[in-house]
Design a protein around this ligand. Structure first.
Ligand SMILES: [Fe+2]
Length: 159
């Protein structure tokens, strides 16, 4: 098995790069979804939600950078054009959402889709002992699951 300078198998790492680029693309949609609801939210909960959505998009911006830099670290090139992002997008694109419940529902649905992609990356990275990718996916999953819990508590839904 041919390994790279990090000791990771070359072929398998290329597959992980592809998947990380898919995650990156979908994260960009999540980020834009959050910007959209940050801007367009209306109603009596405006001040709370406007700030909460900013907190979430700031966090997702950090994660987008981490994903792209992980791609580079393991030998790939991160996607960076809207064209490529849209080709890979699996998330619902929220447009002109101003109603709080629809906005929160969009966050839950987006995170649910991102979690699926992350778990599938984790399967592959765990199989080759790619601990850097494993730990990144674990951190993302743990944080997003908690956000899903909080959003569903806000919606008064149970799992
Ligand atoms: Fe703002």
């Amino acid at each position: 098995m041919k390994t790279n300078i990090l000791g990771l198998p070359v072929k398998e790492s290329e597959l992980i790069v592809t998947d990380l680029n898919i995650l990156l693309s979908n994260y960009q949609t999540y980020y834009q979804n959050l910007r959209g609801i940050h801007w367009n939210i209306r109603g009596k909960r405006f001040f709370d939600l406007h700030v909460k959505f900013e907190e979430l998009y700031t966090d997702s911006q950090v994660k987008i950078d981490l994903i792209a830099e992980r791609v580079l670290t393991i030998g790939g090139i991160p996607l960076h054009t809207f064209e490529d992002y849209m080709k890979n997008n699996q998330l619902t694109v929220g447009k002109n959402i101003s109603i709080d419940e629809i906005a929160i529902r969009l966050i839950v649905d987006s995170l649910s889709s991102l979690l699926k992609i992350e778990r599938s990356i984790l399967d592959k990275s765990a199989a080759i002992n790619d601990e850097g990718t494993n730990s990144m996916m674990s951190d993302f999953i743990k944080e997003q699951e908690k956000t899903v819990w909080m959003m569903r508590a806000w919606l008064e839904e149970s799992l």
